[in-house]
Design a binder for this molecule. Structure first.
Ligand code: ZN
Length: 293
């Protein structure tokens, strides 16, 4: 008996040890103490922009080329809450990528009227624009006033820029914006016959190149948002880039959806786009932790 008692006393801890060891802690989904305390776990991502707004997804809207009966666009004839943000004279090696980051965070697509040699110098930026859903468009090779050069020279400027943008990005430009806004009816017809481009001006000029201040550019953009509006900026001025986050948020707050100019053309062609209430801007909940709705 005494032997049996001793045997039981010796065996019990072994059995207990075995029962503790099985099943494996990992199989039960139990984390090691260090991991549970967060000592080695990666830090939880903090919400970066509680107030960031998201543009509705517009990638299903096609880029549509204007027809000959509409050679000039100062605004698009749409009645719905759509407008287009456009940037001229780039790409800029640091400001344009910064702008693309801001636009990507907000799911915004816009139109870039680029100058040929800059596009050639920064092809990766051009490819990124296209990859992220933006529209690229023709702003000539040398940014000369087309009224002050020969028609042959103008045609060459446009053809060279057109082909260059196709070679770099694979996207075919569908529109043209005259450098400095200089154009006339005769030239518009020639340009259309040459490349099928309509000439795109703007509804609202932010005059950002005069450097009026970040707040002024922001305000001009937000106030300028109206159905079919084309908003003009330049992605070569630092204060413009600084103005864009608040400007885009303000435009989305007003209930507008930002699209490219050729998407505006498509919406115009559909005709009588329904006006929508202020439900387009979707406020992003950056934090979905416990208790968050
Ligand atoms: Zn320009």
């Amino acid at each position: 008996m005494r032997f049996l008692k001793h045997l039981l006393l010796l065996v019990s801890p072994v059995v207990l040890l075995c029962s503790c060891a099985l099943p494996d802690a990992a199989q039960l989904g139990i984390k090691p103490a260090a991991e549970e305390s967060g000592a080695k776990a990666p830090p939880k991502k903090k919400p970066e922009k509680l107030n960031a707004l998201h543009n509705p997804d517009v990638d299903h809207l096609p880029f549509v080329q204007a027809t000959r009966d509409r050679l000039e666009y100062i605004e698009a004839k749409v009645t719905g809450p759509y407008c287009a943000l456009t940037f001229d004279d780039g790409p800029h090696p640091t400001l344009t990528p910064k702008l693309l980051d801001i636009l990507a965070e907000r799911n915004v697509r816009c139109t870039f009227y680029v100058i040929g040699p800059l596009a050639r110098r920064y092809p990766e930026i051009m490819k990124r624009m296209v990859a992220e859903g933006h529209e690229i468009a023709n702003h000539t090779m040398t940014h000369r006033d087309i009224r002050r050069i020969s028609v042959d020279r103008m045609k060459k400027e446009l053809r060279d820029c057109h082909q260059l943008l196709i070679d770099i990005t694979g996207q075919t430009p569908l529109t043209f914006r005259p450098p400095g806004g200089g154009y006339n009816d005769r030239l518009m017809k020639i340009i259309y016959d040459e490349l099928g481009y309509s000439t795109f001006l703007w509804t609202v000029d932010t005059n950002d190149w005069r450097r009026p201040g970040v707040g002024v550019v922001t305000k001009r953009l937000i106030n300028g948002a109206s159905p079919g509006a084309i908003l003009l900026c330049h992605d070569i001025h630092p204060p413009t880039i600084e103005a864009i986050p608040a400007a885009v948020d303000g435009i989305l707050e007003k209930g507008y959806t930002l699209v490219t100019v050729s998407q505006l053309v498509g919406l115009e062609k559909q005709g009588n786009v329904k006006s929508a209430p202020n439900t387009h801007a979707v406020r992003e909940l950056a934090y979905f932790g416990p208790g968050a709705l």
